[in-house]
Design a protein. Structure first.
Length: 162
């Protein structure tokens, strides 16, 4: 299953939905993570908050490929995308294991294939390096076999990289 998480608003919604099995819009119409860890322990992979992101852990956890489309924010995800990634912590468990000689949380849904980040907006070379490193570490931590980062000079080129 291919999941696309995006912060582009309604303008590209039709195109994005046609390119994936499930689209998650980072539209800001949800509460930020409260840090209660209930999605880890009390009700696995489900947030206690009753909004559009209540089951986002299950959607992202079952993705073979996760594509994140985000505006650059100082070499990191936009705040709206970061909030959704925070709310998806339940894709793992509170238990730990070694993967690649490093300690990581145990995956609730098993391994995935591709963690792809498409970045738009002004970006410096230093921010690009930060993004590449962050995407690599996020992919390892969330159990993805591969990661890729694409920087768009023009958002109109989006369809060609999805």
């Amino acid at each position: 299953m291919k999941v696309i998480l995006y912060d582009l608003g309604d303008r590209y919604e039709g195109m994005i939905k046609s390119k994936c099995d499930h689209a998650v819009s980072a539209d800001g119409k949800y509460a930020p993570c409260q840090g209660c860890f209930g999605c880890w322990t009390k009700h696995p992979a489900e947030c206690f908050m009753k909004d559009d992101l209540q089951k986002v852990c299950r959607v992202i956890g079952q993705a073979d490929d996760l594509v994140i489309i985000t505006k650059n924010l100082y070499g990191g995800y936009s705040s709206a995308v970061k909030n959704i990634l925070d709310r998806s912590i339940g894709t793992s468990t509170p238990l730990s294991t070694y993967r690649g000689r490093q300690m990581h949380h145990t995956l609730r849904y098993g391994k995935h294939d591709l963690w792809k980040v498409i970045v738009y907006g002004d970006i410096t070379e230093a921010e690009k390096e930060t993004f590449r490193y962050m995407a690599e570490r996020n992919a390892i931590n969330d159990g993805y076999r591969r990661n890729e980062v694409v920087f768009l000079g023009d958002i109109a080129d989006l369809e060609g990289v999805l």
